[in-house]
Design a protein around this ligand. Structure first.
Ligand code: CTP
Length: 403
């Protein structure tokens, strides 16, 4: 699975307690500790006794670089009170996996081990990622407990459906570490686009020649998806009109697939009413075959001539609406970036355009871009696409007219 979140520093300086209760999903908590650390978090693992019987504290110490805790009274803790020492300055507690038993203890306010004590004594947000067998999840007692936690303002992340360690299939799987990191990133991201609606296009279009062939381009969709994720984390309502790519759907994003330029245009215009921002990242084919053959074209050995007609320019059409949203274009050029980028921005009457030189080819995880707007050109340092996306969102939020 593509992971573009692991390299940005969205949790830098955040002190996160990672609670691990008893369940086979505890093995994924080790990966989670590592992912949180990569995002810059200061991770402190606290295991229940049952959690420690699945994965040892030593694993978490090695991955987090911090002492991992289990008991309430620990040797070496000042005054023997780790819940007091640990409890200072915590930015969030994430319990993953949260077993049915731990959830029941939380719901009733038990404080009979270090993790439940920390949760009860907290002054920070608490996130809980349930992980259990399908029947345990569906049991009315668990559902009652979950409702209690939600009513207490505790964020419930998941569970997901799928194959379970016990051999059953259904709801109860712990969310993957990526999704849990995403929830924390979204929580801590400044809500620069709160109350705004953003429509984006991403990926390539495919213009069919016959039922099995067509013309397309090498766009990976990664930059558009990273931007959609950044807009969602910034609090926007996000509609992503995506060409055919196999990228995971970012949290909080509504995705509609569109294959050809004409379909993409239709989906964009269906989504655009009420939009504050339109970001066109898709590499739209400028031309499509005059006609698509109904049946597969057979080889004859003779040269084939195809005729193409221009596709509509989706971005230019949106920008030409009587009351257009704030329109952002993208331009990938092989030379003369400044001239072409500024030329496109003016020709399509865009307040902002993001340009990049195709020096490294397409499809990478990093990008070097220049933002062009009415105040001039702003080169950004080479960085992972998620990081670039966050900076583009900041610039958009700065330039966006007040609601
Ligand atoms: N775009 C669009 N619809 C099209 C073509 C382009 O919405 N039919 C958008 C792209 O998503 C991008 C911007 O317009 O944000 C610039 O795309 P690009 O293909 O680089 O520009 P063109 O105007 O098509 O110029 P050229 O292909 O000649 O470089």
């Amino acid at each position: 699975m593509l992971d573009y979140t692991h390299v940005i520093d969205g949790l830098r300086g955040r002190k996160i307690v990672l609670g691990v209760s008893g369940g086979i999903a505890a093995y994924k908590a080790a990966e989670l500790a590592r992912a949180l650390k990569r995002l810059g978090a200061d991770v402190h693992a606290v295991l229940t006794e049952a959690g420690a019987s699945f994965v040892t504290p030593l694993t978490f110490e090695a991955l987090s670089g911090n002492r991992a805790w289990t008991a309430l009274q620990e040797e070496g803790a000042k005054g023997g009170m780790p819940h007091i020492i640990l409890g200072r300055g915590i930015d969030a507690i994430l319990v993953a996996p949260a077993s049915a038993n731990f959830i029941a203890r939380l719901a009733t306010g038990f404080a009979n081990d270090l993790l439940s004590t920390l949760c009860l004594a907290r002054e920070c947000p608490l996130f809980v990622a349930p992980a259990m067998n399908r029947q345990m999840w569906e049991n009315p007692a668990t559902q009652r407990n979950i409702a209690t936690l939600a009513a207490d303002g505790i964020a419930i992340l998941g569970p997901a459906a799928g194959e379970q360690a016990c051999g059953e299939t259904g709801l109860g799987r712990m969310l993957e570490p990526d999704a849990l990191c995403d929830a924390l990133l979204a929580f801590f991201a400044p809500k620069l686009l709160a109350g705004r609606k953003v429509v984006l296009t991403a990926g390539p279009t495919f213009e069919a020649i016959d039922p099995v062939r067509g013309i397309t381009n090498a766009s990976s969709g990664k930059m558009g998806y990273a931007l959609a994720a950044a807009c969602a984390r910034a609090g926007a309502e996000v509609v992503l009109v995506s060409g055919s790519v196999a990228l995971p759907l970012p949290a909080g994003v509504q995705r509609v697939f569109a294959t050809s330029a004409l379909q993409m245009r239709e989906e964009v215009f269906a989504a655009i009413p009420g939009a504050d921002v339109f970001i066109a990242v898709a590499a739209v084919a400028d031309y499509r075959p005059v006609e698509t053959a109904l049946h597969k074209i057979k080889k004859s050995g003779e040269p084939v001539h195809l005729e193409f007609v221009p596709n509509p320019d989706i971005l230019a059409e949106v920008a030409a609406l009587p009351q257009p949203p704030f329109c952002v274009g993208f331009a990938a050029e092989s030379r003369d970036l400044d001239a072409y980028a500024e030329g496109k921005r003016r020709a399509k009457r865009l307040p902002m355009l993001v340009g990049n030189l195709l020096a490294d080819g397409l499809g990478g995880d990093e990008n070097t871009v220049v933002i062009y707007d009415d105040e001039g050109r702003h080169p950004l340092p080479r960085a992972p696409k998620a990081f670039v996306a966050r900076q583009i969102v900041e610039r958009i939020a700065n330039l966006l007219p007040a609601n």
